[in-house]
Design a binder for this molecule. Structure first.
Ligand SMILES: C[S@@+](CC[C@H](N)C(=O)[O-])C[C@H]1O[C@@H](n2cnc3c(N)ncnc32)[C@H](O)[C@@H]1O
Length: 237
């Protein structure tokens, strides 16, 4: 497991649902991600199963949004952290065989399934530059032509001043946990953000675009953004 995934082995994992209080856009981003995927496949065979890879599923918020958005979606949910897996299994249980949960670092995961979409919520920024390079190289080789890429994530704005403005705003938002009598979460989430912002981890718009282009994805677009929180889409060429 990478250094960062193990950082979800504490209150950040067990109380992940509380993150919604400090990240008001989370529900909105999950919803837009799922709706975008549903729209992308709207004109495909109404009876065909559509296989989706959900990378870093956490407690399953984005996975559930996807499952609700289109009944043809069958999701392989890959998650590295055991504390998240416990919640994931519980939350996804109602969806039966439309979901397959895989406990694995995505960098160790390989499959014969030809996924029609690779979707992720707030996961890639947890990896360092080398790991992301490895992951996007694999995505480029395994995703068939026409397959969809959607990522909503902490994506540092290329304009550094704008990025730091957004970063500081998120750091201030963490104070809400203190009002909830959870200063431990203020501390832990702030630490998490600071670690993610190190030069070897910070995931910038430019890096994401480059990794997508280098690995055969086109039609790259940022379809939604609140500061550093952005949704990026692309299609494998
Ligand atoms: C911030 S949570 C997001 C969860 C969920 N996708 C959502 O939309 O709310 C990020 C998740 O990615 C997982 N993760 C990070 N790096 C990973 C990796 N290399 N392989 C698999 N899971 C990873 C973490 O354990 C964590 O559960």
């Amino acid at each position: 497991m990478t250094e960062r995934t193990s950082k979800f082995n504490n209150g950040l994992a067990t109380d992940y649902e509380l993150f919604y209080h400090v990240f008001p856009y989370l529900l909105e981003m999950e919803g837009i991600t799922a709706e975008y995927a549903a729209l992308h496949f709207a004109n495909d065979n109404p009876d065909a199963v559509i296989d989706i890879l959900d990378i870093g599923s956490g407690t399953g918020c984005t996975t559930i949004a996807l499952l609700k958005a289109d009944s043809r979606f069958r999701v392989t949910a890959v998650e590295a952290e055991p504390k998240m897996i416990v919640q994931l299994a519980k939350n996804l249980a109602p969806y039966g065989d439309r979901v397959r949960i895989v406990e694995s670092n995505i960098l160790d995961y390989r499959s014969d399934l030809r996924f029609q979409a690779a979707i992720s919520g707030c996961c890639y920024h947890n990896m360092n530059l080398e790991e992301r390079m490895e992951l996007f190289t694999w995505l480029g080789s395994t995703c068939p032509i026409g397959s969809l890429f959607v990522n909503f994530d902490k994506t540092a704005i290329d304009d550094e001043t704008a990025h730091y403005r957004s970063f500081q705003k998120m750091m201030r938002m963490m104070e809400k946990f203190e009002e909830m009598d959870r200063p431990d979460l203020t501390r832990d989430w702030r630490e998490h953000y600071i670690l993610d912002n190190r030069p070897t981890y910070r995931f910038t718009e430019a890096e994401q675009r480059r990794l997508l282009q280098e690995n055969g994805f086109g039609q790259i677009a940022m379809i939604h953004r609140h500061g550093m929180d952005a949704i990026t889409v692309a299609v494998k060429q």
